[in-house]
Design a protein around this ligand. Structure first.
Ligand SMILES: [Zn+2]
Length: 127
């Protein structure tokens, strides 16, 4: 049961200052000035590394929850009653303790994103 790898959108900043989001491989046309940009210049390796980092961070949280469930579900089945309650409390505590950490880590990864220069497609020659 592998979680789907969600592609991260790239943020393109146009020469005119307009910004837009585009998935890698696609191209983006500025709604303000009509210039279009391709994402073919984005290094696949670097992009893949960023996606991996984000997914690994999220996976740690999912793994933690799965671990708690793996401990408490069999105990709950065997012992019943209060074990379920304890398991729920531990799970909630983990969620509230770890959730913000995951969000913070993902934010940090996204803040430190590499910046790539991509060339304008079919633009006027020269600058
Ligand atoms: Zn523009």
């Amino acid at each position: 049961m592998a979680p789907a790898v969600k592609p991260l959108a790239l943020v393109v900043t146009c020469g005119c200052g307009e910004r837009g989001r585009v998935l890698p491989g696609a191209s983006w046309t500025c709604p303000s000035c009509g210039r279009s940009y391709g994402t073919g210049d984005v290094p696949q390796e670097e992009y893949a590394a960023v996606v991996r980092d984000v997914n690994r961070t999220k996976l740690r949280a999912i793994f933690g929850m799965a671990l708690i469930a793996a401990v408490f579900v069999p105990l709950g089945i065997i012992l019943g009653g209060e074990v379920w309650m304890t398991g729920a409390v531990v799970l909630a505590a983990f969620y509230f303790w770890y959730g913000p950490r995951v969000k913070r880590d993902v934010r940090r990864i996204l803040r430190d994103l590499p910046r790539w220069e991509i060339r304008e497609q079919d633009g006027p020659p020269g600058e």
